[in-house]
Design a protein around this ligand. Sequence first.
Ligand code: PLP
Length: 388
Amino acid sequence: MNADFHHPPDRRDSDSVKWGKYAGRDILPLWVADMDFAAPPAVRAALEARVAHGVFGYGAPGSALIDAALAYLEDAYGWRVQPAWLVWLPGLVTGINVAVRSVGADGAAGVLTCVPVYPPFLAAPKHGAQPLRTAALTQIDGRWAMDIAALEAACLPGTRLLLLCHPHNPVGCSWSRAELTQIAGFAARHNLVVCSDEIHCDLILDTDRRHLPFAMLGEAAAGRSITLMAPSKTFNIPGLGCAFAVIPDTGLRQRFLRVMQGIVPHVNVLALAACEAAFRDCGAWRQDLLCLLRQNRDRLEAEVAALPGLSMTHVEATYLAWIDARALSLPEGLSPAAYFETRGLGFSDGADFGAPGWVRFNFGCAPELLARALARLRHAIEIPAPSA
Ligand SMILES: Cc1ncc(COP(=O)(O)O)c(C=O)c1O
């Protein structure tokens, strides 16, 4: 196991959004989706070499980066992507917003997604002045599932785009071939473009599951797909800003590129160097990371199962646990996220994901910090503060 996972750098006085939010307060930051670990050594070495070069002019993805990305996709998923299908982006949320605008360019096209979901899925249609329709995810036998009937009911004649989160943030599902096939059928019936955010695809924790890119279901699915991917979550380099879209259909890709014009900047040269090293040289580091995240997940799941008032489903993928705290007897008007902050725990508030009463717990941290967080969680549940 990589020793760095137990002794991550101190981020308190760094430029971290995650740690800065609670600067000067005794609240453990367990919210925004970055991990506390240093990037893999090969990524750091590539960055050092790039800095040593000393020239930071405008950059473009070179053939070594493109080869590394394509080889990674083929190795990991058996997905043979053509270089022409790639569109490089300085962030994946940028891609979601561009997708919304490129599909609904006449202002009349609606967007559909399942909730709860990563907040930019809910914001992007608003930014693009597109009507948003949502369908609630459901639970079947304690596992989250897409509700196709709910999607059918939410889909209007003008709906043109389905935003899919795969694996899903926050519910932690890695959608199966059968589930994706249902989604593809639904999209075909309504002639929808499917924008599949697969940023968490290399963080499948269950060893009996494998990520299947939506676009790999077949030619028809590929033809209506915009797949968004990035090395940022897996290798913990989100602050560098490097992502890409895979868009096999030429017309769709041209529309996507047109919307980007004059607005979306190039990927910066340090991010290009980091991305290439991440895809080419960090396989063993990723396996170590997955071991650690599995241990953290198992420990968290066992603790939450023993606490009254809290429940969660099994996390198949991601380092995010989606916890139902609606059964806590909190005073009216006090959200679980606000309550837990008073007990030294900084979770993401489920309300931002379309689900008040829930919290999202980021367990991408050192086991030692997780242990402190779990001790605080037990205390917060077993000995509520007088105001609660
Ligand atoms: C599903 C999902 N998409 C996108 C992002 C962010 O991507 P980026 O930082 O590249 O914009 C996140 C980060 O939490 C995420 O969970």
